[in-house]
Design a protein around this ligand. Sequence first.
Ligand code: IMP
Length: 425
Amino acid sequence: MSSVVIVGAQWGDEGKGKVVDCLSESADMVVRFNGGANAGHTIIVDDEEYVLHLIPSGAIREKADCVIGNGCVIDADQLLSEYDELMRRGIDLSKRLFISGFAHLVLPHHKAADGAWEGNSKVALGTTKRGIGPAYCDKYARFGVRAEDLLEEKDLRNKLEAAYAYRSRWSGSGEYPGLEEVFEHLRKIAKRLSPFIVDTSLLINKRIDEGKRVLFEGAQGTLLDVDFGTYPYVTSSNPVAPYAAIGAGVGIRQLDMTLGVVKAYLTRVGTGPFPTELDSEVGEKLRQQGGEVGRTTGRDRRTGWLDLIPLRLSARVNGLDGLVVSKLDVLDSYEEIPVCVAYKLRGKTITEIPLPVVLMDEVEPVYEILPGWQSDTSEVTKWSDLPAKAQEYLKFIAEGCGIPVSGISVGQRRDQIIWLEEVFQ
Ligand code: IMP
């Protein structure tokens, strides 16, 4: 396979950052294709922690080119501060960062509106307040400012005027700096960002044609997808694999393989249905042992047991070829591990997400209880050395969603991953 898509198969925070970092060792290019600084991808190298919000997780490897695709929305200040921090820590991105000219900018009025809308709306989503929803709104309303506009000062001003005129029609959009101030700031930023802004679709296609290995890195997770997730408690982009083609500007035939990262249990940040949520001591234990605190907002993540129903949806809409099960080691101490295999809804048993999706709030999980393995898996390096009960657990997940397990992560370190197949051949 020369091009591989990595997506989150649940509600985000599945551990995609580590998986992308591991695969980046053999990749020539890593491409982010959706979302913005709402993501928080953590990579641990030799006890050093890197948290990336916008820059692709391939950055920590010296060789891979890093591309921010057209499907992303970019907070330029956040991007520059991440870039400066990596440079300060000895990671030179000056020749290997590329930003799509078609990616939209997140502007101060987007961030202001993100907070204000939450306050004024009947549906509080618990967003990351990074301006993601409002920036995508402006993109689709055709009043957005794109990275390419930073290359032409006159154009930037015109686009900004249009964006401000459009936004002034929205009431309750919060406080934000005026046009002149933002224009001056963007002019300064443009000087630094311009060298990185290119036609990334052209670049990625060229690399694929040359037979290079390209990794497409999704942010958030399938159940936060604006179409397929638990709407309206979703993000405003499409974190699913088919969007890699659109958000990077490649043909669908260019995507050879799709891996879905699945946490061995389940977490969610923000509001919205979560049938297997554990509002109990066990949930707290999972949160503590799994270090389940959001890397972007610092909020505690909600925790629960693995749920095969949304995972089946994930397998379907992503066209998954394999699962990478993460954080298996977090379950090492449990005597029994329940997995949700169906829902009870108004006297009936269902095995798919109900329609309307709002009924997810009413469903009762039906569990199959699997025996725990109660031994340390964190230093296991091959499948045959995993405890038999851990193997059974993994096989149960694979059979439950009809997708084979391709990899298993058993800790934060780079070497704590077991591959069952070679991803880049
Ligand atoms: P937004 O993407 O900031 O608009 O937030 C919408 C929903 O997606 C909220 O429930 C957030 O908590 C959630 N969300 C956004 N990005 C991430 C992520 O990277 N990991 C997990 N949840 C996320």
